[in-house]
Design a binder for this molecule. Structure first.
Ligand code: ACO
Length: 390
């Protein structure tokens, strides 16, 4: 059988400037949030993150991200009621999570749990604006329930049912620890959830949008986002940063650690950022919490070791624009509250689900499939060599 043949001369690509890691690439227009990396600003829908951290709540911030405005009391009450109504997850999801080996990283378990939620949702493949919006509400509520159940099961404990009388963050902590959080824990963790809710066109957000742009479905998009967030160069850095802190005895040890990393060109987890070349504003808020909370919980040494690392890294790399990022201090706060390090990145996902859904929905309104290209630099004009001639 004769095969089609190329006629004429193949046109090879000319060299173009590549933004490695898509540096400089603009995916779309957005009204959701903005990061000014030079000034160290983070803005959600026009509001500076410090304003929101001081005055808002996770539910209100989520409403803001989704709807583009602060809610009235009635709107907020209705929104919160909707989230509460979706908190419970099907028994099949818990049964599936029971089968996940205890050695599995909780982020992989979270992918499994959210994937199973999608399998059980008859509306998963409708892919209309209405269905995707409703699924977003479900996912914002249920990410917390799935993460809570994973945290319990990996410790050999039974999952705790959601408590409809608790606010979103308090309920998540209750489902994780089995105890209602005190006022300090609820407040600090709620602010941490606000700080993590959205952050420009970060890797996991882009992943969710990229998957959804094929008109796949919201669950698949969010499973992809969880997979991206899991990586140590992204959300997984919080767990890694704490692991380092726990190995260091004191501030002298911290200095030795940083000098060793510099000498051996090793990256220091919780520092540096693709966009921020100034101090990450989220790390400013979390650094202050770290100081207060670790002191109150008798773990002040953790903060002092972390602060020494920060001082040493800024002295060495500050001019290069390397400062602590959101993942550096968050782990000290969570650890001081008694949360297991493996559950730090799932906490991030419980919060970031708001930004993921808001941005997927925004892009979906005027969807076009994402499809970048790569610069081909491989061999050219080869002629096929039969097996016996190679
Ligand atoms: N420690 C030491 N040096 C660093 C660090 C760090 N944490 N981060 C960047 N650098 C240096 C690199 O070695 C490189 O130096 P060079 O120019 O001399 O080769 C330069 O800064 C640029 O680093 P890249 O990795 O190319 O920067 P990029 O923008 O691609 O990556 C990233 C950003 C992944 C966050 C990087 O800073 C990093 O790996 N940090 C550690 C992991 C981390 O904390 N991740 C969490 C980020 S926040 C989040 O995702 C929620």
């Amino acid at each position: 059988m004769s095969q089609p043949k190329y006629v004429g001369k193949m046109e090879w690509p000319v060299a173009v400037q590549i933004g490695k890691g898509l540096e400089g690439a603009i995916t779309s227009e957005t009204e959701i949030g903005y990061v000014d990396g030079e000034k160290g600003w983070l803005v959600y829908r026009g509001y500076n993150i410090f304003e929101l951290a001081e005055n808002s709540t996770f539910e209100e911030t989520t409403y803001l991200l989704l709807y583009g405005k602060l809610p009235t009391q009635k709107e907020l009450d209705e929104f919160k009621q909707k989230l509460v109504s979706y908190r419970e997850i099907p028994g099949e999801v818990i049964d599936t999570l029971r089968k996940v080996p205890k050695t599995t990283h909780p982020m992989a378990a979270l992918e499994t749990g959210i994937g199973m939620l999608g399998c059980l949702d008859p509306d998963a493949d409708k892919c209309t604006m209405e269905s995707e919006t409703e699924i977003s509400f479900k996912l914002i509520a249920q990410m917390a329930t799935v993460a809570g159940a994973i945290g319990r099961l990996r410790q050999g404990k039974e999952p705790v049912d959601p408590d409809p009388t608790l606010e979103h963050t308090a309920n998540y902590l209750y489902m994780t620890t089995g105890k209602k959080p005190d006022e300090l824990m609820e407040k600090v963790m709620d602010v941490a959830m606000i700080l993590h809710a959205d952050h420009g066109m970060n890797n996991s957000t882009f992943t969710t949008m990229c998957i959804h742009s094929t008109l796949s479905d919201m669950y698949s998009a969010i499973v992809g986002g969880i997979g991206s967030l899991k990586g140590p160069l992204h959300g997984g850095a919080n767990e890694q940063a704490l692991a380092v802190l726990l190995k260091l005895k004191d501030e002298e040890d911290a200095t030795r650690y940083v000098k060793d990393c510099i000498a051996n060109k090793k990256k220091i987890m919780g520092f540096g950022h693709r966009v921020y070349k100034a101090y990450d504003p989220r790390a400013k808020v979390l650094g202050k919490f770290s100081q207060d909370v670790t002191e109150k919980k008798g773990m002040g040494h953790l903060y002092r070791i972390a602060k020494r690392i920060e001082d040493e890294v800024i002295a060495a790399y500050g001019e290069k624009g390397i400062f602590p990022n959101v993942d550096f201090y968050s782990g000290t706060v969570y650890y001081a509250f008694g949360i297991e390090p493996a559950m730090f990145t799932p906490i991030f996902a419980v919060s970031r689900i708001s930004g993921w859904c808001a941005r997927v929905l925004e892009y979906f309104r005027d969807n076009r499939i994402f499809r970048p290209r790569a610069m081909y630099v491989g061999p050219r004009d080869l002629t096929y060599v039969p097996m016996d001639k190679r």
